[in-house]
Ligand binder design. Structure first.
Ligand SMILES: [Zn+2]
Length: 291
């Protein structure tokens, strides 16, 4: 069924849980994620990368995910991730996205606010008042779609490092943007961590104290499970995964392709392995984040 992102996240937080979000570049992965969520009886978020959404086939994928979400037995939201291009945003929403990360995090503070407000106004004008907006404050290192080692934003406690979410800006930012969820930069990165991740839980706690709005942790691949499990206690109600899902799928395909080629070019069988890899990861993650 269609889930409203902010409500899914709030209700998860009320029970001490967070909702995982998984980037889906294709339908096989999305089927696996939704299947795992149905198995667990928990809601889930399907993320679409902006590079995917900016192509005609990407918009068709969003429409397919919309159908998948609406017919699932658990709440599913389809979110356009990290978007700043208004045209892509409006087309994605028309295609079926019900939530958007309006990402002005690389812009100066006032421009970030202006972008989020502009996106909200454009959606409202289009009649898409129900579309949930996540905004991002602070900059995340790394590439969303390709995993190369990325430095965390901060490695020394007590040192002020550009890029981390500034707790002093949080209340003002949320109020002026009207953001319904807030993505934070607290040492998390996109892609792979160089060395041990150094998540600044102290900064996260300060951010959480400044707003009622649920927080979102991007770049969760590579953060140890015991650390992720405590995220809901700091009002982190949504956690984004991408790299680990890709790693598992690619390893599976690498290991299985030759045998399936030998087995009469058995693509159906290979896709089942792909599905199995993604479903196993999604299922374990859903369990990890649920209280
Ligand atoms: Zn992200």
């Amino acid at each position: 069924m269609r889930g409203k992102l902010d409500q899914m996240v709030s209700s998860a937080l009320n029970s001490g849980s967070a909702v995982p979000a998984f980037t889906c570049y294709d339908f096989t992965t999305a089927l696996a994620v939704v299947g795992a969520a149905e198995e667990a009886g928990l809601g889930v978020i399907l993320l679409v990368a902006p590079k995917t959404a900016s192509t005609p086939n990407g918009l068709r994928l969003i429409a397919a995910l919309r159908g998948l979400a609406d017919h699932a037995s658990i709440p599913v939201s389809v979110q356009l991730d990290h978007a700043s291009d208004l045209k892509v945003i409006l087309e994605s929403v028309t295609a079926g996205a019900d939530a958007v990360l309006a990402d002005g995090s690389s812009l100066p503070y006032e421009d970030n606010i202006a972008l989020v407000r502009e996106i909200r106004a454009a959606l409202d004008t289009q009649g898409a008042t129900d579309v949930v907006i996540e905004a991002e404050l602070g900059g995340l290192a790394g590439d969303e779609d390709k995993a190369f080692g990325a430095e965390g934003s901060a490695h020394d406690a007590g040192t002020s490092v550009a890029g981390l979410t500034n707790p002093a800006q949080v209340a003002d930012f949320v109020e002026r943007t009207g953001a319904q969820l807030l993505a934070v930069a607290v040492g998390n990165v996109h892609g792979k961590y160089k060395g041990e991740p150094n998540i600044r839980w102290d900064v996260l706690q300060e951010v959480a104290a400044q707003t009622e709005v649920p927080l979102v942790l991007h770049g969760a691949s590579g953060i140890p499970a015991d650390q992720l499990a405590k995220a809901p206690s700091m009002n982190v109600g949504k956690v984004n995964f991408n790299t680990e899902l890709r790693t598992g799928i690619l390893s599976t395909l690498e290991a299985e392709t030759a045998a399936h080629r030998a087995d009469g070019e058995n693509l159906q069988g290979l896709l089942a392995r792909w599905n199995g890899s993604a479903a196993t990861f999604a299922g374990a993650t859903l369990e990890l984040l649920s209280a």
